[in-house]
Design a protein around this ligand. Sequence first.
Ligand code: NAD
Ligand code: ZN
Length: 373
Amino acid sequence: MDWNYLQPVEIFFGNGRIERIGELAEKLGCKKGLLVSDPFFAGNGLTDRIVKGSKGALQGVFSNVSSNPDVTEVDECARVLREGGYDFVAALGGGSAMDCAKAASMTAMTEHSIRKYHGTGESVPAEHLPLIAVPTTAGTGSEVTCVSVLTDHANGKKTPIVSYSFYPAYALIDPQLTYSMPPAVTAGTGIDVLAHALEGYWSKGHQPVCDACALHAMKLVFRYLYKAYQEPENAEAREKMAEASVIAGLAFTLPKTTASHACSFPLTNIYHIPHGEACGLTLDYFLRLNAEAEKDGRLVTLAGELGFGSVEEMACEIHDMKEKMGLKNDLKVLELTDEEIDDLVRISRHPNLYNNPVEITDDILREMYESMR
Ligand SMILES: NC(=O)c1ccc[n+]([C@@H]2O[C@H](COP(=O)([O-])OP(=O)(O)OC[C@H]3O[C@@H](n4cnc5c(N)ncnc54)[C@H](O)[C@@H]3O)[C@@H](O)[C@H]2O)c1
Ligand SMILES: [Zn+2]
């Protein structure tokens, strides 16, 4: 088996490390940074505190990033960066703030709208402002990935853009920033961690370094996610979920995600199911399906290494974990019509679907969605 591994992001991990953001800017040789965040952190005063504590390195805040950020927010953030003469960007938030900041850091160096690169296959320019990514969910792993997931609400399109230029310079992971996540956000983003690790592991592009990261991240999710959900201030559970999140990011950024992420895009776009919850919805279904078809026994081995007696036992645990945390295991509340199921099948045919180890036909998708209504 031939494989390559590359990870260009320098990672800083530990409680309280957000206070050292000024030092990181200095290390970058940058002098004027924009902090990109979302309205929650502008509202609770954290963005102001971080700017104040940055020793003058951060000089402005852009906090208009919404969940599943829109391409127009990226363009607006890029305009602020250009007009303000900023020389670096710091992103504080979940995947939404980090992905908006990644795309804006590149867009600011062009005269174009991000729409030029969103789902068009147009290659992304290499030039960009350096980025320090600070996650507040555990989470997307976006702080170490070369992916920016954006939505064009006006054109009904949610899709990732992948580019080497989206790798942050530094990932600063401070588990204490995740304590304020409400239980529903902890649950959804935590299941996203599991989806990244599991999909990276079974992806057609899997390779040994990412497999090792995936296994480690999955062990932590099975051990600590429910604890973090029940006890938001449990330092050990929060720290271990933050660790799982960044390591799951390493597990999927090269192999890429597969069927569960492909199906999540219409579920989020049309039915507004949060990203992690939408990915988790189909995870146990695809685990059973992929395991049934595999010839090399990788998933049977994985289930054993995670301490399960069988793949079926692992799939049931994923289902039960979602149930206990109030995440969706079906789509009954949506009362889907036949036409709506047709749309879900059609729009799930996203490039990530072709990265699944088993070919996913329209019939498989239809049967799956019908079993959930
Ligand atoms: N770039 C990648 O590699 C990658 C990977 C997976 C998902 N994504 C994308 O990331 C986005 C989802 O990101 P997310 O799941 O981290 O959620 P998010 O960034 O959309 O945040 C969800 C909500 O949680 C709130 N929140 C975040 N951290 C909080 C905290 N510590 N305390 C209180 N509230 C907090 C936010 O304000 C927001 O209201 C989606 O667009 C998804 O497609 C990107
Ligand atoms: Zn995800």
